[in-house]
Design a protein around this ligand. Structure first.
Ligand SMILES: NC(=O)c1ccc[n+]([C@@H]2O[C@H](COP(=O)([O-])OP(=O)(O)OC[C@H]3O[C@@H](n4cnc5c(N)ncnc54)[C@H](O)[C@@H]3O)[C@@H](O)[C@H]2O)c1
Length: 311
């Protein structure tokens, strides 16, 4: 898992939409997808939904700049794939035309499947799911890309729609990483689980299933490793370069844990550690003090131009 995440993240600066194949998967009536959050994850999810599963996508973000930035980035990825012969101009145009943007949830009146990818903040996600339960058609499935927050808790906010809420945890960068971790909440129906798995497959992904526990599988294992690396750095065990090089060359990781933290986003790493610490109640999950300070300073990694390293 760590190897796979790190290997793909090392290619994050040159994402590509490798395959352009039409999917014959049964999408159980899913004809239009809504994605919330045009950050690094939401943008990747929107691109893969439009390009691989060929579904029309409505991408919502509260921040107009993020939407514009996201569309520009999507365009640059498509251009790269055209240059490499992976995509024709016509195919790229079709993909572009499938992605529309909005700042209003009221526009989600005709989506069949929503994938939420806003910042890892439990209160923010609860508010969004409360509103989604009102704004979307009664049959629509409401999935969250949360890295660690309880799906059952998010579902409880979507009053009357608890059976249709599910975790759909994509990995970063989405166009490259093959895995989607699927997490049913306590109330999630089998039908919703099946549709979600089939949509992930139509998006070219392989699914694993996890219980709804803090961090699920991926971040229950990955985040304590990254947090421990930050503690090693803050307590002066070694320089950041030596920590990363030790893990890269000593354990055959494609990149060190501090570089990987920069790619994920230190704000996201801190939020996940807080969820693990608060909900599992074990001091071994205490977030590193330095991690909190870096988030306070706004040095949240590659997306901000500065984290443990400068970009
Ligand atoms: N970064 C990773 O490696 C990674 C991997 C898997 C899952 N995730 C999860 O994906 C989610 C998003 O992470 P990210 O790295 O893309 O974050 P990000 O900071 O890159 O993007 C978050 C986006 O959410 C938008 N947003 C915030 N509040 C909003 C609101 N009320 N309505 C609409 N949009 C809003 C922001 O404008 C921003 O564009 C988090 O839950 C995170 O835990 C992240």
């Amino acid at each position: 898992m760590v190897f796979a995440i790190a290997r793909a993240a090392s290619r994050a600066s040159h994402w590509s939409v490798k395959s352009f194949h039409s999917s014959s998967a049964n999408l159980h009536g899913v004809k239009r997808v809504g994605v919330i959050g045009a950050g690094q994850m939401g943008l990747g999810i929107a691109l893969v939904a439009a390009n691989v599963s060929k579904l029309p996508v409505l991408l919502l973000d509260s921040n107009e700049n993020q939407l514009n930035k996201g569309l520009k980035f999507m365009d640059s990825l498509l251009k790269k794939d055209i240059a490499k012969g992976r995509l024709t101009e016509a195919q790229a145009d079709e993909t572009r035309s499938r992605v529309k943007t909005t700042q209003k949830m009221a526009d989600f009146g005709d989506v069949d499947f929503v994938i939420e990818a806003v910042s890892e903040n439990p209160a923010l996600k609860a508010t969004l799911f409360r509103d989604l339960a009102q704004a979307t058609p009664a049959h629509a499935i409401l999935a969250s890309n949360t890295s660690s927050i309880s799906i059952t808790k998010i579902a409880a906010a979507a009053k009357g729609r608890e059976e249709q809420v599910i975790g759909m945890h994509f990995m970063n960068p989405v166009p490259v990483m093959k895995l989607v971790e699927i997490i049913p909440g306590l109330a999630t129906s089998d039908k919703v689980l099946k549709t979600t798995q089939d949509l992930a497959v139509a998006m070219g992904k392989t699914c694993t299933l996890s219980q709804d526990v803090p961090g699920f599988v991926a971040n229950r294992l990955l985040m304590p490793y990254i947090n421990e690396a930050i503690i090693a750095y803050e307590t002066g065990i070694a320089s950041k370069e030596d920590i990363d090089t030790t893990m890269k060359l000593g354990t055959n990781m494609p990149m060190g844990p501090l570089t990987l933290a920069d790619f994920i986003g230190l704000d996201t790493c801190l939020s996940i550690m807080k969820v693990l610490h608060e909900q599992l109640g074990d001091t071994k999950y205490r977030p590193s003090v330095l991690l909190g300070k870096m988030v306070d300073a706004g040095w949240v990694g590659k997306k901000a131009g500065r984290g443990f390293y400068k970009y």
